[in-house]
Design a protein around this ligand. Structure first.
Ligand code: SF4
Length: 213
């Protein structure tokens, strides 16, 4: 199992209603709610962000395809909106996407591009089975157990560990839950160990490069 993104998307909210700072690989964006819901509309709301993700995935996929085919289509636009219907206590969400071509695009290209857009990676994700898993952790910490080699120390805080299984499923050479000394930091190269430690959802793991302390 491998995550799609090397670095998770991180969101933080403080007391300012309802501004969230979303940190992504190479910068930040702000999310908010409109004034009608108590926010200040300083950034897109969560539904708009969801639609933005879908639209951008479709447009990028289309541009890649058009460039590969060397078709002369200088611009494409997609408008998207959503609504929900509840029947027999089951809510179904509908996302309608309107793909707008410039004048002069031949019918066969238009039909093909409509099909390509329909099957972009984010569409497939939204239409497949999705499980949103939530791991919670708290800041205070108590006991810390250290596992060291000459080069590397991995600290583990058992009271924070959510037993998500991420570490030992993704890097079993290092994380061995059936052993008493369950972390062997020399089981993989130190960059890989550091990367895995960063994926711990609870903050129970800390990586220390002994050469840098
Ligand atoms: S990834 Fe973190 S929370 Fe999950 S089992 Fe390992 S130490 Fe615990």
């Amino acid at each position: 199992m491998q995550y799609k993104m090397e670095k998770p998307v991180k969101g933080t909210i403080e007391t300012e209603k309802y501004q969230c700072t979303i940190e992504w690989r190479n910068g930040q964006i702000i999310a908010d709610e409109p004034a009608s819901l108590g926010g200040k509309d300083t950034g897109p709301d969560p539904y708009s962000l969801l639609l933005s993700s879908l639209i951008s995935c479709k447009l990028i996929t289309l541009r890649m395809y058009i460039d590969r085919k060397q078709w002369d289509i200088p611009e494409l636009t997609i408008n998207a909106n959503l609504y929900q219907e509840t029947k027999n206590e089951l809510t179904t969400s509908y996302i309608d996407c309107d793909l707008i071509f410039p004048a002069g695009v031949p019918d066969d290209q238009r039909v093909r591009l409509q099909e390509i857009a329909k099957n972009c990676p984010v569409s497939k994700l939204l239409q497949g089975e999705v499980k949103v898993r939530m791991f919670a952790f708290r800041e205070p910490e108590t006991k810390t157990i250290r596992y060291s080699t000459e080069d590397v120390t991995v600290e583990w805080k058992p009271e924070l560990c959510q037993h998500s299984t991420r570490c030992w499923k993704q890097l079993p050479q290092v994380f061995k839950p059936t052993q008493k000394k369950w972390i062997e930091p020399d089981g993989a190269d130190k960059e890989r160990v550091e990367e895995q430690v960063k994926r711990c959802p609870s903050g129970a793991l800390v990586f220390i490069d002994n050469k840098k302390v």
